[in-house]
Design a protein around this ligand. Structure first.
Ligand code: KG4
Ligand code: ZN
Length: 337
């Protein structure tokens, strides 16, 4: 049984083929067009999806070595995301499914980030229920308790910015292009994480706040550049390492609170920021130091990808959970919906 997954919620156009939970192909077209604007421009994103969708799906099929007629169902991201972007994937999935006379399966992008852990892969272990997932992306920062594949509960979340935004906005302050998260990660490896101190936010046990940290970093950089115009160039690696260290400390503190409150020691991470090398390292250490069992997604399933949409579609397919043709894209959608 072959399932095609399509992801187009933000600025990556992706298509993947899954067969019985195993990924046969996962093709991603990144959109370079946004880099010079310092963030995703919605109108440009939907235009690029429009150009990319057919070649990306074509490649996913040919890399999997199958024809479109072999497909059993088409899963697509129905939300949350940018409406213009979502519409491209949704309309394409519907038309192709109509042409092939096969069902469509609408997938919640945030559930898919979490359920990527159920992609069958000899290098990854699958979390048993219940487990807790720290979902960290450009749009979300949540602690979610997962009772079964489709029963999820939000235990805590950000009251303002997402952690990915904290990375990207800090990078922008330092004059780095969008998305800055991966660059901060890269430069942090060369710097001293204790060189500069930024204060951590004070919010509820399992909630997050990153807007104060962003403002703190902005004022700090402005003050330093006033004293020495070369400050950023001379201290880039140390600043990146210190920012990353502060953010990862905040995330780890919240995970410690979660384990204390829920007594669940199966801890997963998901979403684009779970590609961060520091958080990945800290979770490996947590197994040794605190007896947690941690689930770290394979690098290619951290940032937006269609393999996670296809696996979620597959899990729904097994339960005969299809969507009607009247299904529409939803810009806002909670992980529990
Ligand atoms: O999940 P994702 O691809 O898209 C959303 O659904 O938002 O996440 C994108 C976010 C961006 O903010 C990007 O800067 C961040 O993930 N990111 C990273 C790293 N790789 C991607 N942040 C920190 N370190 C990384 N290595
Ligand atoms: Zn995402």
């Amino acid at each position: 049984m072959y399932i095609l997954g399509i992801e187009s919620s933000c600025d990556d156009t992706s298509a993947a083929i899954i067969c019985d939970g195993v990924v046969l192909s996962n093709v991603i077209a990144n959109q370079e067009v946004h880099a010079k604007y310092g963030g995703v421009v919605p109108e440009l994103a939907s235009r690029a999806h429009q150009q990319n969708i057919v070649p990306v799906v074509d490649q996913a099929l040919s890399r999997a070595g199958i024809e479109k007629e072999d497909l059993s169902a088409i899963a697509f991201t129905k939300g949350p995301g940018l409406m213009g972007s979502l519409l491209v994937g949704t309309s394409f999935a519907k038309s192709l499914a109509l042409g092939l006379n096969i069902p469509i399966i609408g997938v919640n992008h945030m559930q898919a980030h979490i359920l990527a852990h159920y992609i069958k892969d000899p290098e990854s272990k699958q979390p048993p229920f219940p487990f807790v997932c720290l979902t960290i992306s450009g749009g979300h920062t949540q602690i979610v308790k997962i009772d079964n594949h489709f029963k999820m509960e939000i235990l805590g979340e950000t009251i303002d910015d997402a952690v990915g935004e904290a990375f990207d906005k800090s990078a922008k302050i330092l004059g780095l292009p969008y998305p800055g998260g991966p660059l901060i990660d890269k430069y942090a490896k060369l710097g001293n994480p204790k060189a500069f101190r930024f204060s951590k936010p004070k919010v509820g046990d399992l909630d997050f706040s990153f807007s104060g940290l962003k403002t703190g970093i902005l004022y700090f950089i402005q003050k330093k550049v006033k004293e020495n115009p070369e400050f950023i160039e001379e201290n880039l690696y140390d600043v990146c390492a210190s920012i990353q260290h502060t953010i990862v400390e905040i995330l780890m503190d919240k995970l410690k609170n979660t384990v204390q409150i829920t007594n669940i020691k199966h801890i997963a991470i998901a979403g684009g920021v779970s590609a961060n090398s520091e958080i990945r390292k800290r979770l490996v250490l947590a197994e040794k130091h605190w007896g947690w069992t941690t689930y770290i997604p394979k690098f290619e399933y951290t940032t937006d990808n269609a393999a996670m949409i296809a696996i979620t579609g597959y899990l729904k397919f097994l339960q005969n959970e299809y969507s009607p043709m009247s299904t529409s894209a939803k810009a806002r959608l909670k992980v529990t919906e």
